[in-house]
Ligand binder design. Structure first.
Ligand SMILES: Nc1ncnc2c1ncn2[C@@H]1O[C@H](COP(=O)(O)OP(=O)(O)O)[C@@H](O)[C@H]1O
Ligand SMILES: [Mg+2]
Length: 239
């Protein structure tokens, strides 16, 4: 792994909380010069996380027990696979998936980016690809100069994938249905860990996604219904 010098905690909001929740300290994080050590992998992952996390969620620390449990499960799967394969590093390749459901503003996207940061401090190698479902469809629309199959493969094969706001379209099209099915089916068959969020209820989501997708999601994912009020309104910000 690439060596990353000690991190300045002032550049990583809530780093102390993130570490404390994993019984780790800043001293641990900044401790080792060995590029393949867990602290260095955690430093590298935190610097990578800054590049993919929107500024609004740069301070996220997951609060949902189920999200923390999923992070544990994914990190454990990486460590188990390392032992089984005799691999040099523990890397996330396979594992369980998670779907966060709940109305707008309860904190689904916050928890999802919190999970990105939380996996970083576990010290396993975790390569994320993050997108919203809407951005995914836009990125894959056939158009001049784009190899949409090559583009699709990046998402389909991502080591860890965040799909935010799945099922947000009121009217699914043949195109979005095909993307959903091919993506979920591939990730289901290969047991690739995926974090989905959706702001429609379980029944409505099932209707929008159709039986084939819903049944695979049910088997591959733990489902978490987040409750509460719209945090955007209580913050005094418009949704
Ligand atoms: N646990 C939390 N602590 C602090 N702020 C939070 C928390 N959860 C959500 N927020 C804030 O509340 C707002 C709405 O959260 P968001 O994750 O965007 O909701 P959703 O994705 O469910 O619509 C955002 O500004 C987010 O930063
Ligand atoms: Mg959101």
């Amino acid at each position: 792994m690439q060596y990353v010098p000690p991190l300045n905690p002032r550049l990583y909001p809530n780093l102390d909380k993130l570490l404390a929740a994993r019984d780790r300290t800043l001293d641990w994080l900044n401790s080792s010069d060995d590029p393949d050590s867990e602290p260095n992998i955690a430093r590298l992952s935190l610097t990578e996380a800054v590049k993919i996390i929107p500024i609004r969620f740069q301070a996220a620390v997951p609060t949902e027990p189920a999200v923390r449990a999923w992070v544990d499960a994914v990190a454990d799967a990486a460590r188990t696979e390392q032992v089984q394969r005799g691999a040099y590093l523990a890397s996330v390749n396979h594992g369980p998936s998670l779907v966060l459901l709940g109305p707008t503003g309860v904190g689904k996207t916050y928890e999802a980016y919190g999970a990105v940061r939380d996996i970083a401090v576990t010290g396993v190698v975790a390569r994320w690809t993050v997108t919203t479902a809407a951005d995914l469809y836009a990125a894959l629309r056939p158009r001049h100069g784009i190899d949409s199959e090559a583009e699709f493969a990046k998402y389909r094969n991502a080591r860890l994938l965040l799909i935010d706001d799945l099922g947000a379209e009121r009217k699914p099209t043949e195109f979005t249905e095909e993307i959903n099915f091919r993506l979920v089916n591939h990730r289901y068959e290969h047991q690739l860990p995926t974090l989905f969020t959706s702001n429609v209820g379980a029944a409505e989501l099932a209707q929008r996604l159709g039986d084939r997708v819903t049944s695979r999601l049910a088997e591959m994912c733990q489902r978490v219904s987040m409750k509460g009020s719209d945090k955007r309104r209580s913050n005094g910000e418009a949704a």
